[in-house]
Design a protein around this ligand. Sequence first.
Ligand code: G6P
Length: 368
Amino acid sequence: DMIEKSGFQHFMLKEIHEQPQALQNLMRGRVDGGKAPIKLGGLSHCEKDLLAVKRIVVIACGTSWHAGLVGEYMLEELARIPVEVEYASEFRYRNPIIEKDTLVMAISQSGETADTLAAMREAKNKGAKVLAICNVVGSSIAREADAGIYLHIGPEIGVASTKAFTAQVAAFYLFALHILLLRHKTDPKVPEMITAINSIPGKIQKILDREEEIREMADAYKDKNHALYLGRGFNYPVALEGALKLKEISYIHAQGYPAAEMKHGPIALIDENMPVIVIATKDATYGKILNNIEEVKSRKGRVIAIATEGDEQIQGKADHVVYIPDAPAVLTPLLSVIPLQLLAYHMAVMRGCNVDKPRNLAKSVTVE
Ligand code: G6P
């Protein structure tokens, strides 16, 4: 067992640490600086369909659904195609609208989630082309899709998904660049965007090297019963994912929210017993996030900020700061989620929870 875990105490921790390598495996042979910077072999036979796409509907469950939300923001920002993200379980029962140039994307680590598979079949019955982002080769969703992108990150054993999330987000980024290039042949921003994704594995490693800091922080909060996670823009889905990680494995009640929505409800819950984890990276809404932090502090809430390296201003405002390297806003989810995975992991271990097999949860939910 210890050999399989390569010396790590749990599969989840091993998989968290595998993320730099996992992203390199995902990008190998697909990303280079040359004339055809993005090569996605699994999509080569459907380029005509991709050129025609007018709307994309993403269907998924759980963590894959969160990756889909990041994908929505990425595709709309980089490729300017309207995207909707639906829970597969909702999509399948509500007579969804599929038009001629609608592309459906099914996102699933296992490729066997019953709701996602059924939603995908429903979409196909309605005439949609379905593209899958899967990890498990030959899985039901991978086999039934018209085209797809495999993650190539090796098996994920821990029930709480970690490396699959970052890989799915990176796959969306490559897909968005691929569409951009299909439509515009060249784009002056692309070389920079390629350099940016290539530097992500090294930046994740830098965060992993600060694990001890995060473990100490986990110790300070391990006895709390609630937690609130806030983020905006590309980091709003990361707030949802951070909260999901914590509740899945530590059984602490946690909720993720888009930061500006705090005033429409969650603010009523804030007191000295409510840790608030705020993703406050330096991007367009940084100033607004600082205001949120002040609102939390003035109600005696405790703030853990995930901030951009070099940001000293935030030191005086938050109780704890975890720094992540700078990156273009669209890629920050690949970095900001790492401390949240480690925080959830260490809090759960300190509470004596079985992190690899949390109660009541399954790695793959193959029944409805
Ligand atoms: C279960 C797992 C989650 C996962 C979700 C979707 O709930 O515990 O970790 O995100 O299913 O799984 P999929 O394999 O479709 O990505």
